[in-house]
Ligand binder design. Structure first.
Ligand SMILES: Nc1ncnc2c1ncn2[C@@H]1O[C@H](COP(=O)(O)OP(=O)(O)O)[C@@H](O)[C@H]1O
Ligand SMILES: [Mg+2]
Length: 375
């Protein structure tokens, strides 16, 4: 049994020795902070051994232990220290290998754009880093894909503008020149030219308006001023607005809302989307055919379906219907639409966190718009 005062003395010497070498070790670690983990681990294990040795030497000098005891203790400490150093080096080596493999994976990702985490088992922290990198690269890839899609549709739009906007302009110019040079003089033709110029100008104005709307949708600049409205009201408005067109074509138009359907939407924008669907349905339905608009609730979503009697859409066209400037075979006639209506409808519906889809059903096709129900 060592007496208490000797025990306190030993503890005091050991603590001072440890604090001294500890302080030197910390200073060294600070100076080497940018160096390899292996070097830092070596410093830590060397400092530990040194603290022990200094303590032992101090208590030997104070003659608290004999020379024999000291030799035994120093030998044991030296062996333990060597093993510790070996373990530190091994650990350092593993950490370096793990971080190198992670680094290689990141470099490969830089070339290929895809991050494949290293196959070897990584320490928990590095593994977490690898997982985070995986998600970050996935997000980056998704953002790139979105950007590419946007760029493609922008390019299509420019191609569209240069073609579809120029063609009617050339016609307008020809008619205006004929009138100006008095190539046509008979009253009937002059009158026809005038009204044709008016009609073409109206159509061009509508196209420019559609184009503007679409570019706002693409730029994400669609400002929705949402209000609580009943979906039934929007359906009634779409029916009222397209009634004259239906009557002129001899198409039966009917609208129906099942129950109160509160939605929080921009009434003007959503009205425009619905009108595009209804106008298409009327245009593609033959005389005496029927177009039906029904609003209701389905799977907890507010839902509007527009069904027509167009005779069905070719299956290969269905997935491309909502693309910018897509027009079906029958619609590619001069004076027809520009193929922007459905792209606009989809943009507006998606800006409302809704979905739009189309399928063939019955005598024609059916467009479905789903929107989140208001509280
Ligand atoms: N109700 C419908 N019935 C049949 N085909 C349709 C209908 N709505 C759209 N389509 C097809 O989808 C194409 C794209 O429609 P849209 O974007 O409105 O352009 P546009 O009406 O200017 O041709 C149309 O050209 C037509 O081929
Ligand atoms: Mg259309």
């Amino acid at each position: 049994m060592i007496p208490l005062h000797a025990f306190v003395e030993v503890a005091a010497y050991a603590a001072s020795a440890a604090l001294l070498t500890g302080a030197v070790g910390v200073a060294l670690l600070y100076a080497l902070r940018g160096r390899s983990i292996a070097i830092l681990l070596t410093v830590v294990s060397a400092a530990t051994v040194l603290a022990t040795v200094t303590g032992i030497i101090a208590i030997t000098m104070r003659m608290l232990i004999t020379d024999h005891d000291r030799s035994v203790t120093l030998t044991v400490t030296a062996i333990a220290g060597l093993v510790g150093l070996g373990a530190s080096l091994l650990l350092g080596h593993r950490l370096i290998a793990a971080s190198r493999s992670l680094l290689d994976a990141v470099r490969r990702a830089g070339d290929s754009g895809r991050f494949v985490p290293p196959e070897k088992t990584l320490p928990a922290e590095l593994n977490e880093l690898a997982t985070e990198l995986s998600t970050a690269y996935e997000r980056l890839e998704a953002a790139h894909a979105r950007e590419r899609a946007l760029e493609t549709s922008r390019r299509e739009l420019v191609a569209w503008v240069s073609h579809d906007l120029r063609t009617p302009l050339a016609g307008l110019r020809a008619m205006a020149e004929a009138l100006e040079d008095e190539v046509v003089t008979d009253a009937e033709t002059v009158h026809r030219y005038h009204s044709q110029i008016r009609a073409e100008a109206d159509r061009l104005a509508a196209m420019v308006d559609d184009l503007f709307e679409l570019s706002r949708i693409h730029a994400g600049a669609l400002r929705l001023s949402r209000q609580r409205v009943g979906l039934g009201e929007l359906v009634s408005e779409a029916v009222a607005g397209t009634e004259p067109l239906a009557r002129a074509k001899g198409v039966r138009l009917s609208g129906l809302a099942q129950g109160v359907l509160p939605v929080e939407v921009d009434a003007a924008e959503l009205g425009r989307a619905l009108r595009n669907l209804v106008v298409n349905a009327i245009r593609h339905t033959p005389q005496d055919g029927g177009v039906e608009i029904i609003a209701g609730v389905e799977h907890g979503m507010a839902c509007v379906t527009v069904s027509d009697a167009c005779g069905g859409i070719p299956d290969e066209d269905l997935p491309r219907l909502f693309d910018v400037a897509f027009r079906g075979e029958t619609a590619r006639t001069p004076g027809g639409g520009a193929g922007l209506g459905l792209a606009i409808a989809r943009g507006i519906v998606e800006a409302h966190a809704g979905e739009i889809g189309v399928s063939n059903a019955g005598e024609g096709c059916r467009f479905v718009v789903r929107l989140p129900l208001g509280a």
